[in-house]
Ligand binder design. Structure first.
Ligand SMILES: Cc1cc2nc3c(=O)[nH]c(=O)nc-3n(C[C@H](O)[C@H](O)[C@H](O)COP(=O)(O)OP(=O)(O)OC[C@H]3O[C@@H](n4cnc5c(N)ncnc54)[C@H](O)[C@@H]3O)c2cc1C
Length: 407
């Protein structure tokens, strides 16, 4: 590793967003792309996720990013020679109240209008598709057969391979400490082992994005919160062909098949933001009860494993893709990227769009006009509506002061 360096572009953070972004920048023709990661690749949120890939988003941005990412996962073998382990499986969003039904039908019309093959299931059809569900509990729901899941550690392997084979320079165990700005434009990245001169920087960081951006005087109203996952022991009734993926939006609980049992995930919206250090057993017990209520066979099953990790979130549950803005105005050459807690379903799309914005200011992956930092006011409130199909994350993120070198 060199202590002083130059690069055509530097990407900060080696999670799925930074990893795929560096790959796309290199593929666009930049000669020297450096990825700086303070731990090792994937050691943030990206290796700890549940792997759910859902195109049935609640906004046009979510649908576009989900669909672009799903298609990317399907073509990885041809493009890279390895894949993220994406398995199409089918995803149901059940409705429990007439209000749920009205919202779901409206959403489905938007999704169908954008070309997604989402269809309505009547209650009997939903029960037939999912014989593990307690019968007669729903008022129907939406279903998309193309949705699926990937294996998060394998996704880390996939982008590591893509980075190495495409010629991105990976600097692991190197911490970014700030940016050098001259005349309103970035000229270098300061790291724990020296400076990298560059005209182009993409800032990622997942749950730590606000801190990373704060190093450069950029306020990003994003945060981290505990998200936890449990996997039940196997049971013949839970064979994968009997269990579509399910998102019980009303409870903020989702599940999918895993190793002959169910993997289920949850976040407690009442919990203050912050780093996840352990499993919240009482909340897990509450969600186990809800799961047992809807999928009775799970009531008798033990848990094979549980874990908690810090998930990234934004106040409107939407991604951030856009130029960096400090108190002194837009910082030329610096782009900020966050998948807003949906980095498995949107990550490659966010990464490609961020690379596009860094290179050209726009992207054909998704319309980024409204996705930048300028949608937030000083208190971190977004002018966009909240994406309705999201985990119930905390609503407000910490605001962090930052320092940067300007001359
Ligand atoms: C338990 C859990 C389950 C989840 N399940 C799903 C799911 O099913 N579907 C889905 O779509 N999403 C899911 N997510 C969310 C998804 O994992 C994240 O949105 C995604 O991983 C974020 O990717 P990232 O690259 O932005 O962040 P990260 O993967 O966190 O990567 C950021 C990197 O930046 C590095 N970094 C930080 N500061 C610095 C610095 N100063 N210098 C250098 N490097 C730095 C960190 O070390 C880290 O590796 C889940 C998350 C969790 C925690």
């Amino acid at each position: 590793m060199r202590a002083t360096d130059t690069a055509d572009a530097v990407v900060v953070g080696g999670g799925t967003v930074g990893g795929w972004c560096a790959y796309f920048l290199r593929r666009s023709g930049l000669r020297r792309v450096v990825l700086v990661e303070k731990r090792t690749l994937g050691q943030g949120a990206s290796s700890r996720a549940a792997g759910v890939v859902r195109t049935q988003g609640g906004t046009v941005w979510a649908v576009a990013l989900g669909e672009w990412s799903r298609r990317f996962y399907l073509r990885q073998q041809d493009e890279i020679g390895i894949d993220s382990g994406f398995t199409p499986h089918g995803y149901v969003l059940p409705c429990f109240t007439p209000a749920d039904v009205a919202a779901a039908r409206e959403r489905m019309a938007m999704q169908n209008g954008l070309g997604l093959e989402v269809r309505w299931l009547e209650p009997g059809q939903l029960d037939a598709l999912n014989p593990t569900l307690a019968p007669g509990r729903t008022l129907g729901g939406t279903y998309c057969a193309a949705d699926g899941y990937l294996h998060p550690p394998r996704n880390v392997v996939a982008y590591a391979v893509a980075l190495v084979t495409s010629g991105v320079e990976i600097q692991e165990r190197v911490t970014v400490r700030g940016l050098t700005i001259h005349g309103g434009a970035v000229t270098a990245v300061q790291t724990s082992v020296g400076e990298i001169s560059t005209p182009l920087v993409v800032l990622t960081g997942g749950p730590e994005l606000a801190q990373v951006a704060g190093l450069a005087g950029i306020r990003v109203p994003a945060g981290g919160a505990r998200h936890q996952i449990a996997v039940t022991e196997p049971h013949p009734a839970l064979a994968a062909e009997r269990v579509p993926m399910v998102f019980d939006l009303s409870a903020g609980l989702y599940w999918r098949p895993e190793e002959g049992g169910l993997l289920f995930g949850m976040s407690n919206p009442a919990e203050p933001p912050g780093e996840a250090r352990c499993v919240d057993e009482p909340y897990l017990a509450r969600m186990r009860q809800r799961l047992a209520d809807l999928v009775p066979v799970t009531a008798e099953l033990g848990l094979r494993r549980t874990w908690a990790a810090t998930i990234d979130y934004t106040p409107d549950h939407l991604p951030i893709i856009g130029p960096a803005i400090s108190d002194a105005g837009t910082l030329a050459g610096v782009v900020v990227a966050s998948a807003g807690g949906a980095g498995m379903m949107w990550g490659p799309g966010v990464a490609r769009a961020a690379a596009d914005v860094a290179l050209t200011g726009t992207s054909d992956v998704v319309d980024v006009t409204d996705l930048g930092l300028d949608r937030f006011d000083a208190a971190g409130h977004s002018k966009l509506g909240t994406d309705p199909i999201a985990l119930p994350f905390p609503e407000h993120a910490p605001q962090l002061p930052g320092t940067f070198t300007r001359s």
